[in-house]
Design a protein around this ligand. Structure first.
Ligand SMILES: [Zn+2]
Length: 171
């Protein structure tokens, strides 16, 4: 009886976040990818968007995202609700955050100068601060910018149907 009670308590304290995450991911999977996204860089003018999707890059790569130029330390916010799947570093992106969003699209935010308060496993809402604009990874030496990419079921998707204005729908 005591063991059973302890088990229930353990489930309630340890299991609940995992169950909530599982339920949340299920809700993302059954949701459709949003037709409109927040501007991930706060207070940046639309002209600073550079639609460089598919532009050639070193090593035969293609640019699988868009670059949004802004002063270092400008807030980078989540374009969607989602589950933070990674807060870390890689060679090209430097300091990066990935968020699993509606329709199970993965949203990729790169070259961050520093991170926000979220960790892998956290749930975020649109507008939550994921980090701050920087220029690390393969952007070292370039003007600071956010590299933003979306990866869906068929790989990288073009997020760059850019519309003018702040926080306007742009996809
Ligand atoms: Zn880029």
């Amino acid at each position: 009886m005591v063991v059973a009670t302890l088990g229930v308590v353990a489930l309630a304290t340890v299991g609940r976040p995992a169950l909530e995450r599982a339920w949340f991911v299920y809700s993302l999977a059954t949701d459709t990818a949003p037709a409109h996204l927040l501007n991930p860089v706060r207070d940046v003018r639309a002209r600073k968007f550079v639609n460089s999707w598919d532009a050639p890059r070193s090593g035969g790569r293609r640019h699988q995202g868009i670059d949004i130029f802004a002063p270092k330390d400008t807030l980078v916010v989540s374009t969607t609700r989602g589950l933070v799947t990674r807060v870390g570093t890689n060679r090209l992106g430097g300091q990066i955050v990935t968020v699993l969003g509606p329709g199970l699209e993965s949203h990729y935010y790169a070259h961050l100068d520093r991170f926000g308060a979220f960790h892998a496993g956290d749930i975020v809402n649109p507008g939550d601060v994921l980090g701050y604009v920087g220029n690390n990874g393969n952007a070292r030496g370039t003007p600071s910018h956010l590299h933003y990419g979306i990866y869906g079921h068929h790989g990288a998707e073009n997020p760059s149907f850019v519309r003018p204005g702040f926080d306007e729908p742009w996809r």
